[in-house]
Design a binder for this molecule. Sequence first.
Ligand code: ADE
Ligand code: ZN
Length: 330
Amino acid sequence: MKTWLRELPKVELHLHIEGSLEPELMFSLAARNGVDLPYASVDEVRAAYDFSDLQSFLALYYQGMRVLRTEQDFHDLAMAYLGRAHEDGVVHVELSFDPQAHLSRGVELAVPFEGLRRAMRQAEREWGMTTALIMSFLRDREALEAMDVLERAAPWYEVIDAVGLDSAEVGNPPAKFAAVFERARELGIARVAHAGEEGPAAYISEALDVLDIRRIDHGVACLQDPQLVARLRETQIPLTVCPLSNMRLKVVDRMADHPLPAIIDQGVKVTLNSDDPAYFGGGVLDNYLACLDAFGWDREMFKRLAGNAIDVAFMPESRRSELLERLSRC
Ligand code: ADE
Ligand code: ZN
């Protein structure tokens, strides 16, 4: 089954590329750029990854990414992750990144855009892997700042597949970003948003009502509201669920308590993703394997989840058909 899951053509829709920064690469980029780290060793970094909630993770996530300074750094970060994903049988990855977390350190927009794009082209050339790019806004900063970033990203509108919304959820409801997402809609840019990770089901409904999103990142709080569940079932707006992330950030205590099986039972469209693989214990395949362990799902279930991700990915229809055909042969 593990071999079969590795070979299944998997698509990843919810990945923060800055969250793929492994401690070894963190140290080598720190040395390359003369950045001081508050750790003496790779083991010390890993030992620090003992989170109590989303906020405790975000503090280390923003600290870790300070080593990313140049286009080459972003390229190397993305190539390292895409290479590991390729080995795990991932055939399409949607990379999200947080430009404000770099701009606030004096790293201009062109740096992540050009570095990531170069890696995305290289991954396609080397492995035939397809990719998409999601520019996310930090919801715990002012909406005006997000609007400014969106305007300044004009040279890259053609390479932005969607805008997203992430960072500290509670107290930063989707409606705060209504104008920014409306502007993205006017520009013809698709939208996704984190909602219902630590926040309530009401944030998921609000994201659907106000932000006009194509996908909900996480969304695991949806079961709190039966009307919302019915809406998700009827619209088939998908949730990009990240089981290992939810465990490590104490959204759930144990995998066995995860609401995923109940959400699927309700007819909601779900996909499996890694979120921040370097911080939460692995990539997409590890998330599939964790579900195998916890829920004992059969091949049909995993094929369905992999197919859901292909259905709702930002990719050309020809690629979608090709991957669905490959999946049907598994
Ligand atoms: N940024 C990176 N990972 C995140 C997560 N799990 N939730 C919100 N923002 C994030
Ligand atoms: Zn996320």
